[in-house]
Write a protein that binds this ligand. Structure first.
Ligand code: FMN
Length: 207
């Protein structure tokens, strides 16, 4: 069931040809976050969701570093790793989460070529657990990776990938005007025919 909010346009459900799970239609990436705290239990649940994702050879290449607003000094350190255009809205979220990929499993001969794929899967699980708890995630590739490495002393073989703003949805009016317009923009996706093939490459599946 759709959650009713004060700002009707903050409901931006995915439009689908056939119904899918509400946690999938409800998920989107807002910029308007409130600083309402996230419970410890919910934070643990997010990481449990991520931990139980599948990965090649069960390699579990994902690593997470998180920071919450109730520890302002540490929170500011993570916010400072964001690109300025992300920091201006993302630092309002209660939680920031840095996602790091283990590129080479210890002792393995070759780099783990499915590490990025698996880490994305774990974040997808975390994101859906968040949605189920009426929390929102906004992933950001716009970060200073060198600064993340330096700030957290991340060793070689581990690569910072994104920082995710996580929190309760805030009010549109609290965003700067230019961001309000982006927040209200319609969501869009490629059609199924552009991404699902049958028989041969690029032959649109008849769905
Ligand atoms: C790997 C990745 C990097 C992203 N980087 C940014 C970013 O730096 N700044 C931003 O505002 N949004 C960023 N996004 C959010 C996307 O723009 C957003 O997911 C996409 O437009 C689809 O919108 P939706 O999540 O609301 O469905 C990123 C998303 C992903 C998955």
């Amino acid at each position: 069931m759709l959650k009713v909010r004060d700002n009707a346009f903050m409901n931006k459900p995915a439009l689908t040809r056939t119904p899918i799970h509400e946690h999938l239609t409800e998920r989107w990436s807002p910029r308007a976050f409130s600083s309402e705290p996230i419970s410890k239990e919910a934070i643990v649940a997010l990481f449990e969701a991520a931990r139980w994702a599948p990965s090649g050879n069960n390699s579990q290449p994902w690593r997470f570093i998180f920071s919450t607003q109730d520890k302002p000094e540490a929170f500011e350190k993570m916010a400072d790793c964001l690109a300025p255009n992300n920091k201006r809205w993302a630092e309002k979220a209660f939680m920031l989460l840095t996602v790091v990929v283990e590129q080479h499993a210890p002792g393995a001969e070759k780099p783990n070529d499915s590490a990025e794929y698996a880490t994305g899967l774990s974040v997808a699980s975390l994101t859906l657990e968040a949605t189920a708890r009426n929390l929102y995630c906004h992933q950001m590739g716009g970060i200073n990776r060198d600064k993340v490495r330096e700030t957290y002393n991340i060793p070689g073989g581990y690569a910072p990938r994104v920082i995710i703003a996580i929190g309760h949805m805030g009010r549109l009016e609290a965003l700067p005007e230019d961001l309000q317009a982006r927040e209200k923009a319609e969501r869009s996706r490629k059609n199924l025919e552009e991404i699902v093939f049958e028989t041969t490459w690029a032959e649109a599946a008849k769905l």
